[in-house]
Design a protein around this ligand. Structure first.
Ligand SMILES: Cc1cc2nc3c(=O)[nH]c(=O)nc-3n(C[C@H](O)[C@H](O)[C@H](O)COP(=O)(O)O)c2cc1C
Length: 248
């Protein structure tokens, strides 16, 4: 199998890193790979903040409640960024641009651009033998993260990415079978999808029972129901709108 596919198929999130800081060369490889991702209409509507200030890392770790946000080789924060696109516009042009960048379409453009860049960064990191973990839990207090990183209007923090030399070797987590996410020409019938999910649940249960760390009894669908039955991060919508994004 070719090396790129091997890297992709070998992915598992790493949550324990050796303390070795990434070299500048490693960081540059990762961010250059990020920048090569496809980008909607050439907008490159994202920014990446590299965090090597121990006190900022420690604050982000407190917000996320996860030690590997502090202890890793390097921490990146990926932001949706619609600030740059209007920076050289005249005041009249800026007014018109703002009308447009504040809609849901451009919010999607910026979040998709950031996610594609981040996934390229992950693959580059994993391709050079490093491990990665996305950190969505920085959104536990998105406003404080925003202030900590000094983000202007039309820029919001989306997620962190902890990268470093793996210090554990977790098994890959199962994925939905292709029958449950790849459909030909039309969305699948609900009854067939339910069957696929029931079958997947059994596999997930086995995975949680047998894995080397943090064994438990759990299933995918019960996990999703549990997760989505409680409101979470209800401050994100007003925060995003207060930054001038996803307003209309
Ligand atoms: C946008 C995003 C945010 C995530 N946030 C967190 C996080 O805050 N903490 C964490 O431990 N893992 C986080 N993850 C990792 C997922 O939990 C992980 O990818 C998923 O459980 C599948 O496991 P795997 O990556 O090992 O295959 C995040 C993943 C994504 C894509």
């Amino acid at each position: 199998m070719n090396e790129t596919i091997q890297t992709i198929l070998g992915h598992r999130s790493i949550r324990k890193f050796k303390e070795r800081p990434l070299s500048n060369e490693e960081i540059n490889t990762i961010i250059e790979a990020a920048s090569r991702a496809s980008t909607s209409s050439f907008m490159m509507a994202y920014s990446i903040i590299g965090i090597d200030d121990a006190s900022v890392k420690s604050k982000l770790a407190k917000i996320s409640g996860q030690s590997y946000v502090e202890h890793n080789g390097h921490l990146f924060v990926f932001c949706a960024d619609l600030n740059k696109v209007g920076l050289l516009a005249s005041p009249e042009e800026k007014q018109q641009i703002n009308e447009n960048v504040e809609n849901t379409e451009h919010f999607l453009v910026a979040t998709i651009d950031a996610a594609l860049a981040a996934q390229n960064a992950c693959l580059a990191a994993e391709g050079i033998g490093l491990g990665v973990c996305y950190i969505g839990s920085i959104r536990n207090d998105i406003k404080t993260v925003d202030q900590l990183l000094g983000l202007p209007d039309h820029v919001i923090p989306l997620f962190g990415l902890a990268v470093g030399e793996p210090d554990h070797d977790p098994q890959p987590k199962p994925r939905l079978p292709k029958e449950a996410f790849y459909f030909k020409n039309k969305y699948i019938e609900s009854a067939s999808l339910q069957k696929e999910i029931e079958h997947f649940d059994q596999g997930v249960n086995d995975y949680y029972k047998k894995r080397s760390e943090n064994k438990r009894m759990d299933q995918w669908s019960t996990q999703m129901i549990r997760k989505l039955s409680t409101p979470i991060r209800t401050d994100v919508t007003p925060f995003v709108q207060s930054k001038g994004l996803n307003k209309k």
